[in-house]
Write a protein that binds this ligand. Structure first.
Ligand SMILES: [Zn+2]
Length: 490
């Protein structure tokens, strides 16, 4: 059905910058305080109150822009965006319009289609045009639930009013929901990585809106629908899929797609009309008379840049070159800054970067996921993971024993060496001792020995099993194999 249809998606991200105070006053941005506790004449919009720019918001905005490889304008202008809404007491939002903090950028992301099981296939680079990144203040919040008489009253909490945001807008460059998904994840990771934003969609400090339309291949843009209430990247991806199918169905039935805002309802797995957008808003932007132009020097931008950590893409590339990791390994290990730091420390301690990568990806991340914690909270220190990998590499314990040791390290926080000693796990690798065990087993199995020597080679496994049993699982399988072959020759 979708064969001759093309999907067109543009994205807007609002990221809350991680300042301690608001963008134009000194009120706290702390979440969860008593409603309206963190307010003052400026963020309440009282007459005569004057905004003063919080320079920390500019610094974090610069970090956000640089983390995405965007250029910063040395001069930008704050403007008033006029509209009426109860959570906006001034009657306008201070934002940026024709001279934003950053404009006309490009960002390269890695993206892949997914199979039915959700596994990525063939990661390829894609360039996304970033229309703008600008700074603005957030509005307050209307509360319609959980308070007395909500059938008759609306409540307004202005704690959030004046919280600094970076708004990042793309051109309509995405053609599939997975491209949009990979882009939002890229931006989230970048902002979190450089400390510009907590970038958590579930907590609402990263909000995303998708403009979605469809067109027949080769035709002009179709009517776009704005999707909101996307509380996770996965929800956004599902909402786009639903919306694309809904629009194609409507057009194929000869109906029109209306220009409107729709909300994603995760429980019903559908989008619903929130409001029609037939009349375009006229925000009557004009320069904010109470704030001077925002001027940043080259020196300031370079200072911000030099204080930032190595960016995730650069680190991924370095991991591939320096540690000989695959794209997929390096991507996973740089999905989170704490994890990538952890990996580098563990690789150094192990003296085996690929071994450390394998143990982290196959075993440690599973423990971390099962425990529902982040890599930063991992109870196994990177040095200790390195020590574990070393004791496997030098044959002290087997890989299978290593998995058990790691589980116990994770559960108890004990060192690898302590657990290996306590459990008496030291692997038997001495060929003289192993020879002794092989001799005993052969002496105890004369019938099998005769059959083996008569050509029934499948019995090799029987002998290995008996030797492992006699050594209580401690014999080094590699040495057992070598010595047993030798001995069975007679
Ligand atoms: Zn305030």
């Amino acid at each position: 059905m979708t064969n001759n249809w093309e999907t067109v998606i543009g994205l807007e991200i609002h990221a809350q910058l991680s300042t301690e105070s608001k963008i134009f006053c000194s009120c706290s941005t702390k979440f969860g305080d008593q409603p309206n506790a963190n307010t003052c004449p400026v963020c309440l919009g009282l007459p005569g109150a004057l905004p003063v720019l919080n320079w920390r918001a500019v610094e974090l905005g610069a970090r956000a822009a640089l983390s995405l490889g965007l250029r910063i304008n040395e001069r930008s202008i704050f403007s008033r965006k006029n509209y009426f809404y109860p959570d906006l007491p001034k009657g306008y939002q201070i934002s940026q319009f024709d001279q934003p903090f950053s404009a006309d950028g490009t960002l390269e992301i890695m993206t892949a289609e997914r199979d039915l099981a959700g596994h990525a296939r063939n990661w390829t680079p894609k360039t996304v045009r970033i229309t703008r990144l600008h700074l603005e203040e957030d509005a307050g919040k209307n509360v319609h639930e959980g308070l007395p008489d909500v059938d008759r009253y609306s409540y307004i909490d202005l704690n959030r009013a004046g919280t600094p945001l970076a708004e990042i807008v793309t051109e309509p460059d995405f053609r599939t929901s997975w491209e949009a998904y990979d882009y939002v994840n890229h931006v989230r990771r970048a902002l979190l990585w450089v400390g510009a934003s907590e970038a958590d969609m579930e907590k609402g400090n990263l909000r995303c809106e998708a403009n979605v339309s469809v067109r027949r291949t080769g035709e002009g843009f179709g009517t776009k629908v704005e999707l909101k209430n996307l509380n996770s990247v996965r929800f956004m991806q599902r909402a786009i899929e639903f919306e694309v199918e809904r629009q194609i169905k409507a057009l194929e039935a000869g109906e029109r797609v209306m220009q409107e805002t729709r909300l994603w309802d995760e429980r019903a797995a559908e989008t619903r009309v929130m409001r029609s957008k037939e009349e375009a808003h006229d925000y009557r932007y004009f320069p904010e008379p109470d704030l001077p132009p925002l001027l940043v020097t080259r020196e300031f931008i370079e200072e911000v840049r030099s204080a930032m950590p190595e960016l995730p893409e650069a680190r991924r590339q370095r991991f591939m070159e320096q540690y000989d990791l695959s794209f997929s390994d390096a991507s996973q290990l740089t999905s989170d800054r704490a994890l990538s730091d952890y990996y580098e420390a563990a690789a150094a301690a192990a003296g085996n970067p690929r071994g450390a990568a394998n143990w982290i990806r196959s075993e440690l991340l599973r423990e971390i996921e099962n425990a529902g914690i982040s890599a930063a909270e991992c109870p196994v220190a990177p040095d200790e993971l390195g020590a574990l990998v070393r004791s496997i590499d030098d044959g002290t314990i087997s890989g299978k024993q290593g998995k058990e040791v790691l589980s116990e390290m994770f559960a108890t926080g004990k060192s690898a060496a302590a657990i290996i000693a306590e459990r008496g796990l030291v692997q038997l690798s001495d060929s003289g001792e192993i020879d002794g065990v092989i001799d005993e087993v052969m002496a105890a199995s004369p019938a099998q020995l005769e059959q083996y020597r008569a050509g029934k080679e499948a019995l090799f496994g029987y002998f290995v099993g008996q030797i492992m049993k006699a050594s209580k699982g401690k014999a080094n399988p590699k040495v057992v194999n070598e010595r047993l072959k030798e001995k069975l020759k007679g």
